[in-house]
Design a protein around this ligand. Sequence first.
Ligand code: GRG
Length: 299
Amino acid sequence: MGCCVNFQDELKQRTELIEGIIRRFLPKEEGFAKTMAEAMNYSMCAGGKRLRPLLLMETNRMFGGDQALAEPFMAAIEMIHTHSLIHDDLPAIDNDDYRRGRLTTHKVYGEAMGVLSGVALLNYAYETMLGAFDMAKDPLTVRKALGIMAKKTGLYGMLGGQSADVENDGKPMDKEMLDYIYRHKTSALIEAPMMAGAVLAGADEAQSAIVEKAAENIGLAFQIEDDILDVVSTSEELGKPVHSDEKNHKVTYVTLFGIEKAAARAASLSKEAADLLESLNQKNEFLIELISYLISRRN
Ligand code: GRG
């Protein structure tokens, strides 16, 4: 696919393509565990920007990968992300009632089913990715991509960040701790799809390290923008409550530095990420435009 005459049209088209891919990998709603499968699909089908599968697809495309091999990973990263959102909304964590413009999973299916369907999605993500071995010409690339997904979402990635976030909830925090939380809770879940997309397309260690750094910056910029949107957006636009950081006495880039400085930091991180990707000399104009769009988004 060439360049993007109209970025918004291209974004819509590619998001719809991803929607179709995700639906192909969802579990069937049947048998005695039918309710849990319904709860898994309820949240998976609630919309969302599909940013992580999009980043996986675009990074894979940038390195000339075979999209069919990337597809199970695209669906899986959205399952892992959705699991994190279902659990983040639970009464034990943020206790939120709305997500992606709908009642949260535990509000519809009850708390026990919220816990179960979240864990089931995480597990199903791995079942889905394992399917890629059946079509891989080089199983080692699938093995490497699986390793990246496991590490970046666990103790040394997303979950590590979330645990520091929970422990520091409502406490004063300095930039160092906040950066640790953002680099893990949010960036790691951007690094995973971008690195997996690159590795599945045959990127070498040095290229993958550059993608990792770029993704880390994109994740940080994305989270800073999320902090800003919590202050300046509306619940209709976001599909979830606004001013929740203030309500929960959360330290964010906005509370530490103010909106203007936070926005400037997001812009410079985003520019650095684009420069890093361009240094790879693997053209993907849409991906570069996507990076700057992410810090000007409305939801
Ligand atoms: C396993 C108990 C347990 C909890 C997992 C890791 C975790 C909890 C939660 C992290 C969830 C979270 C809110 C991370 C912040 C990153 C972020 C801004 C997520 C929202 O992502 P978007 O905007 O959402 O891409 P959509 O709905 O568009 O997919």
